[in-house]
Ligand binder design. Structure first.
Ligand code: AMP
Length: 442
């Protein structure tokens, strides 16, 4: 049977530490398919990271030769931890009689829910690195083997598909965050939410030609992949998929996703074909990544309504997560296109959220007439000479379908406003009508 050279990290800071470690090594040697070759010296270390006050650890590394699979080896480690009296599931950074980590398994890379090999903290933890060096592994070789790119950058569809397959087969809950790049704190909030809820997250960065009209800003849309990768790294994104247009739509690509009434008015009317392009690329990304969850910003409320319908109609087995709009201090919704506002337009653009909040106030003050609420917001925008209103409507919340004139019990105000003369910048925003101030901004 194939024998693999593997290294396990040991630690203990509860009970008779040395005895715990020696017993674990002895039991490892008695386990079928495992031969203990060498053990490093044991050394003391203090807790790395936040945790309750506790005694120092005794640490070491053991070199083994094994015919067990990495998953089976992990199960042996867990069983030995339990046998040493460790309460499982273990509380993070709490004292423990025994900690056994699978550090290296031949030169295999493993990225599953329960097991990442080489161990991600291997180079950062002196109490692991030193014993490995003591056992004769070269630091250069370790650095080479442990050089895991996070986020890893994928450009081919096959790479995205393979990466997600690896995660899905490894039991990971996968989250997808589609974007067009030029990332800002609004996008980062989606990554952070996904990070909290999923085991692995993939951000896509693709300025999708299908969703731009012939006279729109496809060529001029801001692009900054190095900056985007930095934001993704800081937010803990695992993989970034940034394909070229040819990669996404090569080889006779001609199938598209038709969209319906959610896409007919407002952005759909002003940008014919836009939502069909959005729905097509999103369906393509869902098919490649097969995520459990997909994250979209409420800032593009009509887009969310179209995608919600798409997920329902085509039966994509995923949960759509809508995230609140992140705003600048003056209330302007963050957007990649904000960088194109000149200083005066940027100052003036605060009028959009002011208008929506004014209508919210009117609603809270008792106004229930649809047109009167809309007029209250339109008047604020009309008072700003730099702003040109494309539309401002009070729609039903969720599907954003029109509400009949007369009394309303709530809904969502949705608007698009243009700024600039030489270069026109269209900005979108929306806000719900709610009675109290809770979540009134989103
Ligand atoms: P984009 O790159 O503009 O296509 O946006 C990618 C995703 O980020 C979409 O789901 C947007 O709705 C979301 N997003 C954009 N701006 C914001 C923002 N200010 N707050 C929250 N989400 C946003």
């Amino acid at each position: 049977m194939h024998k693999v050279l593997s290294y396990l990290g040991l630690g203990s800071n509860e009970g008779d530490r040395e005895r715990n470690l020696r017993t674990a090594i002895e039991r490892l040697g008695q386990t079928p398919g495992i031969r203990v070759l060498r053990t490093s010296a044991l050394r003391e270390s203090t807790l790395v990271g936040e945790g309750p006050k506790q005694d120092p650890f005794l640490n070491g590394v053991v070199e083994i030769e094994t015919t067990q699979s990495a998953a089976a080896l992990l199960a042996v480690c867990k069983a030995l931890e339990a046998a040493a009296g460790r309460a499982l599931p273990a509380k993070k950074n709490h004292p423990r009689p025994l900690d056994l980590d699978l550090l290296l398994y031949g030169d295999l890379r493993i990225d599953t829910r329960d097991l990442v090999v080489p161990h991600p903290e291997l180079l950062a933890r002196v109490f692991v690195l030193e014993p490995l060096l003591e056992l004769g592994l070269s630091e250069e070789l370790l650095r080479e083997r442990c050089a895991i790119e996070r986020p890893c950058l994928l450009t081919a569809q096959s790479e995205l598909s393979a990466k997600c397959s690896e995660w899905l087969e490894g039991g990971c809950l996968v989250g997808l965050v589609p974007t067009m790049g030029a990332l800002h704190q609004g996008h980062a909030s989606l990554f952070e939410r996904a990070r909290r809820e999923c085991d692995r997250i993939v951000a896509t960065i693709f300025v999708n030609p299908l969703q731009f009209g012939p006279k729109e800003d496809l060529a001029a849309y801001p692009r900054d992949l190095p900056g985007d990768l930095r934001i993704c790294a800081a937010a803990g994104v695992d993989a970034v998929f940034a394909p070229s247009p040819g990669e996404m739509y090569g080889d006779g690509f001609c199938s598209t996703v038709a969209v319906g009434r959610e896409a007919e008015t407002m952005e759909g009317a002003l940008r014919p074909g836009h939502f069909q392009g959005v729905a097509t690329v999103v369906a393509r990304l869902f098919a490649l990544a097969r995520p459990h969850r997909a994250y979209f910003g409420q800032k593009d409320a009509q887009q969310v309504a179209v995608i919600r319908r798409l997920v329902k109609d085509l039966g994509f087995p995923l949960r759509l997560v809508e995230c609140p709009t992140v705003r600048e201090p003056d209330g302007l919704a963050m957007s990649s296109r904000n960088v194109y506002l000149d200083a005066a337009d940027r100052r003036a653009a605060g009028v959009i959220s002011l208008a929506l909040r004014t209508a919210q106030e009117a609603f809270r003050g008792g106004e229930r007439d649809r047109d009167a609420i809309v007029r209250a917001a339109v008047a604020v925008i009309a008072a700003e000479p730099r702003a040109q209103l494309d539309y401002l409507e009070l729609r039903s919340d969720g599907d954003l379908l029109p509400q009949p004139a007369g009394a309303v019990s709530g809904g969502r105000l949705v608007t698009a406003v243009r700024f600039g003369a030489a270069r026109v910048v269209r900005l979108l925003d929306n806000m719900p009508l709610v009675e109290n101030s809770e979540s009134s901004q989103s």
